[in-house]
Design a protein around this ligand. Structure first.
Ligand SMILES: Nc1ncnc2c1ncn2[C@@H]1O[C@H](COP(=O)(O)OP(=O)(O)O)[C@@H](O)[C@H]1O
Ligand SMILES: [Mg+2]
Length: 224
């Protein structure tokens, strides 16, 4: 269970103000879409939530505990925006990558289960340097899922995959959400048709933002 409360968050890089007085709350199991044009501060917000950008103005609470004192970071799975330039010099397989990246002792059957859930079981013994963008992206999501996160944060995850795989991917995310994992999905897509989100945070230019609740509908079956 992870209750998230953001209260009057402002953030600046030096003199460059990016976020101003942002407030919103998410209950455990919510699905937030964060949207807005390039450069409006979506990634900056995520970095505040993950503690990479230290909060100096405003507050963030996890289960009512101030982020300043928060330590349970394995509750968060994160796939950053910049995984494209990822490269390994030696031929490590998908399974080996996941094995060296798990903080907790996770046995191979659990890794198999996660890969199966993400539809990439067949590439378990592939060299990661030979994967397509879409496969690599799913491997990174598998890595983010290894520690059984309560919250999964995905920063523009479909930027390098085609339309059909995007639909399947959103279906997978909907399934993870229906298992109770809180989702924070960053996108600058106009269309959220296949995302079963519960809340939307639109960051506009001039640091305006709108946070809205949406009625949930069943989108676990996606038409392709
Ligand atoms: N490390 C940084 N140092 C200075 N400015 C930054 C840094 N990261 C992002 N910015 C600036 O902050 C603004 C918001 O960036 P970002 O959060 O990446 O936007 P988005 O993810 O919505 O495209 C942009 O103007 C960007 O140039
Ligand atoms: Mg970004």
């Amino acid at each position: 269970m992870m209750q998230i409360d953001v209260h009057n968050l402002s953030f600046a890089y030096g003199h460059r103000a990016v976020l101003r007085n942002m407030s919103f709350s998410l209950a455990p199991g919510d699905y937030l879409v964060v949207t807005g044009k390039n450069g409006t501060g979506k990634t900056t917000l995520i970095k505040c939530l993950l503690g990479f950008n230290p909060v100096k103005s405003g507050m963030i609470f996890y289960n009512h505990q101030d982020i300043i004192n928060f330590k349970d970071w394995t509750s968060f799975g994160y796939v950053s925006q910049k995984y494209e330039d990822f490269n390994y010099e030696y031929p490590i397989t998908v399974d080996e990558l996941l094995a060296v990246n798990s903080l907790k002792k996770i046995k191979q059957p659990q890794r198999l289960k996660i890969l199966d859930q993400l539809g990439i079981l067949e590439i378990i013994n592939e060299n990661i340097n030979k994967l397509s963008g879409g496969q690599l992206q799913r491997v990174f999501i598998a890595r983010a899922m290894l520690n059984n996160p309560l919250v999964l944060i995905l920063d523009e995850p479909t930027a390098s995959i085609d339309k059909l795989n995007t639909k399947f991917f959103f279906q997978t995310v909907n399934e993870l959400n229906s298992q109770g994992i809180t989702i924070i999905m960053i996108t600058h897509n106009e269309s959220f048709d296949n995302m079963n989100y519960s809340h939307i945070l639109n960051i506009g230019i001039d640091m305006n933002y709108h946070f809205q609740v949406r009625e949930k509908c069943d989108l676990t079956e996606v038409e392709v």
